[in-house]
Design a protein around this ligand. Structure first.
Ligand code: GAL
Length: 336
């Protein structure tokens, strides 16, 4: 079942919300602005419970604040000095965090109005960006499909097609909080299929050094209390996780991350080589979520190719050749 409604406005254009409901009564809502995954609600004895951190006011999605549920691109994460080599060319893209280009820059895919259409189980969104719009080479058509299956899986397919050599490393920036009430995610358990993470200096652009997780708060190889791990991070400036976990070769039938609280479990599947985990360590009332906004109010687990792939091919290849579309997939399986 699908329904759509206009729930806000952006520059005189309506923002439309598309809601799909599956056979178990799970509802997924997607916005055309930012190709945003707005809500995922499950039926409970007390009514609907939203598992995502969603802004109270849909108009807030048009402000650059925290990227909840947004599609991030063309390139997720940070591009140091907003510069990279592409073939023979030194490309400079717009900065939006000091001298760094973060999450596709100031005019990235998360800031665009997308064209949307929906079926009983999918919402498909497309967006054309040119170098004049976002500063990245080539005319790119991005297509994102969100599918909600009857087995309570959300499958996100992100396709890039360009007419010239460019870069494409998209992700979805959804934040989870599996509590029915206002509690933070400190009571959640997290497992990540990762043995190492990247060293990050103060500007968070990876240095290329790889650090073992074993014996550190980064070791989530078995289900671990997020609260305990974050206690172990209080010695850092970040006071929590905003880190790149490397994901090695793995059986694709196995999740890269499993998050649970009470009876609710979310498994994340991806074939990318990194998972950026961000635990909203410094969030405050400036992000007006449905839940009381505070540090650790949510957790984002952004599957992507390691952010330093843009400067070091040892970490992967995010180039997109002309006329050769590439699709990246993230799949979440929910049990409750
Ligand atoms: C994360 C990033 C954080 C922060 C967040 C959005 O992916 O690593 O530093 O920018 O997005 O609030």
């Amino acid at each position: 079942m699908m329904k759509s409604s206009q729930i806000a406005e952006y520059e005189g254009q309506p923002i439309t919300a598309y809601t799909i409901e599956n056979k178990s009564g799970v509802q997924m809502t997607v916005l055309d602005y930012g190709a945003t995954w707005y809500q995922l609600t499950i039926p409970t004895a007390e009514g609907r419970q939203n598992l995502l951190m969603s802004f109270k006011d849909v108009a807030d999605y048009t402000e650059p604040s925290g990227y909840p549920g947004k599609i991030i691109g063309r390139v997720a994460g940070r591009i140091g000095d907003s510069q990279f080599k592409l073939g023979d060319r030194l490309v400079t893209v717009p900065a939006n965090e000091g001298t760094t280009c973060l999450h596709g820059g100031p005019n990235g895919l998360s800031t665009r109005m997308w064209q949307a259409s929906a079926t009983d189980d999918t919402v498909t969104l497309t967006c054309d960006v040119t170098e004049a719009i976002d500063g990245f080479p080539g005319n790119l058509t991005a297509t994102v499909t969100y599918q909600l299956t009857d087995s309570n899986q959300v499958i996100i397919k992100m396709t890039g097609a360009s007419d010239a050599l460019t870069v494409f490393n998209p992700t979805n920036h959804v934040y989870w909080n599996l509590n029915a009430g206002d509690e933070t995610v400190l009571n959640h358990q997290l497992t990540i299929a990762s043995d190492s993470h990247l060293e990050l200096p103060a500007n968070k652009v990876p240095t290329g050094a790889v650090i073992d997780n074993a014996g550190t708060p980064f070791d989530f190889t078995t289900a671990t209390s997020l609260g305990k791990a974050i206690d172990g991070m209080q010695v850092t400036d970040e006071k929590g996780f905003d880190d790149v976990f490397l994901i090695g070769e793995h059986d694709e039938a196995q999740p890269v991350a499993t998050l649970s609280a009470g009876a609710i479990t979310v498994e994340e599947y991806s074939n990318r080589n990194a998972l950026v985990v961000f635990t909203t360590n410094k969030f405050d009332q400036s992000q007006a979520f449905e839940k009381t906004s505070q540090p650790y109010v949510g957790i984002a687990m952004e599957a992507q190719t390691a952010p330093n792939a843009i400067s070091d091919s040892a970490f992967g290849d995010i180039t997109l050749a002309a006329g050769t579309p590439r699709t990246e997939e993230i799949r979440y399986a929910i049990t409750f």
